[in-house]
Design a protein around this ligand. Structure first.
Ligand SMILES: [Zn+2]
Length: 205
C-alpha cells in the first residue's frame, strides 16, 4: 500500500492545489460529455490516452467491456448507461475493447474458467463475438486471431449498447452518437468501427 499512500500524499500536496478551482466547480455537479465503456484491464487508462480529466468521462468498466442484451434483468452496466443517457445526457457513448484482453482469452478457452463460476456466467455475454469476428489485421502479428475475435466482441457489445432502450431513444432524438473502438496496448493505436464499411480503421490518419 505504500506506493498508493505516497501517491496520495503527492495529490494532496501538489495535484489538488493546482486544480483547486476545477474541483470546486465539480463539487457542485458533473456534466460529462462522454460515456466510456471499457474493460477492467489495468492497462487501459482512458484519461491518459484521451487527455481527459476530472468531470470529463462517465465510465463503466467490467471484464470484457460487456453490455448485456437489453432485457428485464438489471445489472450495473445497464443501470449506468441509463443514468448517463437519461440524466446526464451525454452526447457520445464509446464502447472500447482492447488487445490481449484476458476476458476474451478466457472465453476462447473456457477450461480456464472452471474455478471461476461468476466469470464463467458473466462471459456468456461475449459469446456473440464470434458472429462478428473481423478480418485478421497484419498489425496484430501473432495475436491476429485473438484480435479478430476481440474486435468482433466490440461490435457485438456496441450493438447491445445501441439496443438499450435509453440509448435507442436518445439516438432517435439525435442527441447521442455511439462509437465502437479497439485500443492496441502495444502501439497505443485506436481503431474505430465504420458501420458503413463494416470494418475497423484507424481513428486518426
Ligand atoms: Zn480486457
Amino acid at each position: 500500500m505504500e506506493r498508493l499512500i505516497e501517491g496520495y500524499k503527492r495529490f494532496v500536496a501538489e495535484v489538488f492545489p493546482a486544480k483547486r478551482s476545477q474541483f470546486h466547480l465539480l463539487s457542485e455537479g458533473q456534466a460529462p460529455e462522454w460515456l466510456f465503456i471499457t474493460c477492467s484491464d489495468s492497462r487501459i487508462v482512458p484519461d491518459l490516452v484521451l487527455g481527459t480529466g476530472p468531470g470529463d468521462l462517465f465510465i463503466a468498466r467490467n471484464a470484457g467491456n460487456v453490455v448485456p442484451i437489453a432485457s428485464d434483468d438489471v445489472d450495473g452496466v445497464t443501470a449506468t448507461i441509463e443514468y448517463a443517457v437519461q440524466v446526464l445526457r451525454v452526447r457520445h457513448a464509446i464502447l472500447c475493447g482492447h488487445s490481449d484482453c484476458g476476458a476474451m482469452k478466457a472465453a476462447l478457452d473456457r477450461n480456464n474458467l472452471v474455478s471461476l463460476p461468476k466469470a464463467q456466467r458473466w462471459l456468456c455475454h461475449v459469446e456473440a463475438a464470434s458472429s462478428y469476428r473481423q478480418p485478421p489485421n497484419p498489425a496484430d502479428g501473432d495475436s491476429a486471431e485473438l484480435g479478430s475475435l476481440i474486435r468482433g466482441n466490440v461490435v457485438a457489445q456496441w450493438l447491445n449498447l445501441r439496443a438499450q432502450p435509453s440509448v435507442a431513444q436518445a439516438q432517435r432524438e439525435g442527441r447521442l452518437t455511439v462509437h465502437a473502438w479497439y485500443y492496441d496496448i502495444l502501439s497505443g493505436r485506436i481503431e474505430e468501427y465504420d458501420e458503413q464499411k463494416q470494418r475497423f480503421a484507424p481513428l486518426i490518419g
